[in-house]
Ligand binder design. Structure first.
Ligand code: KG4
Ligand code: ZN
Length: 333
């Protein structure tokens, strides 16, 4: 069967066609229209502009996804759409477009949760993990730990109590003058600095919890920049990027180690925009090696927001009988 995935929860308008054959998934097309250039002017995503840009692009992006896959809407067996969480004005564009398309062509409609879709990106790997697995979703909007019982059932074990890791990366990048979103630039810059130059608090908070907190780490990084400026100096940007990245990676690696020990699971999934971070990928590979576990990470092209992961999540939800009708709504969380 062929699934058309549609994603519009934040600043990417995306559509993809994924084919499922004998239980394995193959990407036939994966189209992403990014709004980053537009939001960069403002240093972050402007919700109203995001919604308007989705309206302008959604039809074209879906047509491109279908033609790139060598098919038409008549070949599509299910339409999967992100209906939560995200920016409401952004989500509504994809949800409404998907509803119209499904209704007018008589195609089953499947609602998808965005964070679960990130975790389903690994089901598109040639050697996709078989659940159960422990999973870390690390993105601009979310940082949480799950037990993936199946590709439709994700039990949350812990989450951030304040900022998400990607949000913290972007904020620190912004104060040192890197363009939005600064995560990828921080990743590169970190190679040029000393990861031990500045001592930062761990985002893996103390106590009997697997939760994270990134706000203290973010504030400490901003203070390092401001304290230097007050003395008429400039912080060494590469050292800041390296030390901040090291603190993020060590905190997430600590949680990965703890969750593998606690669940006795031998598979770990890493997903979300921040999963593209090369230092984090290395840190988690080391944890998994030490624990005799296997790490599953999507290629960088499937870490950030995309619709192939939405189609993949939609496939499993379709098999589980999940459907939506024309009353489907969007939700911010
Ligand atoms: O998953 P995503 O595309 O959107 C959300 O669902 O939030 O994640 C976007 C986030 C941004 O904060 C971006 O800076 C971050 O992922 N990101 C990175 C890297 N590439 C993207 N953070 C650290 N290192 C990277 N290489
Ligand atoms: Zn995302």
């Amino acid at each position: 069967m062929k699934i058309l995935g549609i994603e519009s929860s934040c600043d990417e308008t995306a559509a993809a066609v994924v084919e499922a054959e004998n239980g394995s998934l193959r990407i036939l097309s994966n189209t992403v229209a990014s709004q980053i250039e537009m939001h960069r002017l403002w240093g972050g995503v402007v919700p109203e502009l995001a919604g308007r840009a989705h309206i302008e692009k959604i039809s074209e992006v879906c047509s491109t996804a279908l033609s790139d896959a060598g098919c038409t809407i008549k070949d599509i067996d299910a339409i999967a759409v992100t209906s939560s969480p995200g920016l409401i004005g952004a989500l509504l564009v994809g949800v409404n477009f998907a509803k119209c398309l499904a209704y007018s062509h008589g195609i089953p409609l499947v609602p998808v949760e965005h964070v679960h879709a990130h975790l389903c990106a690994v089901s598109l790997l040639d050697d996709a993990p078989k659940p159960p697995f422990a999973a870390l979703a690390v993105s601009g909007g979310h940082t949480a730990i799950y037990m993936g019982e199946s590709f439709t059932e994700f039990n949350e074990l812990a989450s951030t109590r304040d900022d998400a890791a990607g949000e913290a990366f972007d904020k620190v990048a912004r104060v040192i003058g890197l363009p939005y979103p600064g995560g990828a630039a921080m990743d590169k810059l970190a190679y040029e600095g000393d990861p031990t130059a500045i001592k930062f608090p761990s985002p893996a908070i103390a106590g009997d919890t697997l939760d994270f907190s990134f706000s203290g780490l973010k504030t400490a990084a901003l203070n390092a920049v401001n304290n230097a400026r007050q003395k008429g100096e400039e912080v060494n940007k590469a050292d800041l990027a390296a030390s901040f990245t090291a603190a993020v990676c060590a905190g997430i690696a600590k949680r990965a180690d703890e969750v593998l020990a606690k669940t006795k699971c031998c598979k770990l999934v890493l997903a979300g925009g921040v999963a593209a971070n090369s230092h984090l990928r290395t840190a988690l590979a080391e944890v998994c090696e030490k624990r005799g576990a296997r790490l599953y990470v999507p290629p960088v092209s499937l870490c950030g927001d995309n619709a192939a992961m939405v189609a993949a999540a939609g496939y499993y939800r379709y098999l589980a009988g999940m459907r939506a009708d024309t009353s489907l709504n969007a939700f911010t969380d």
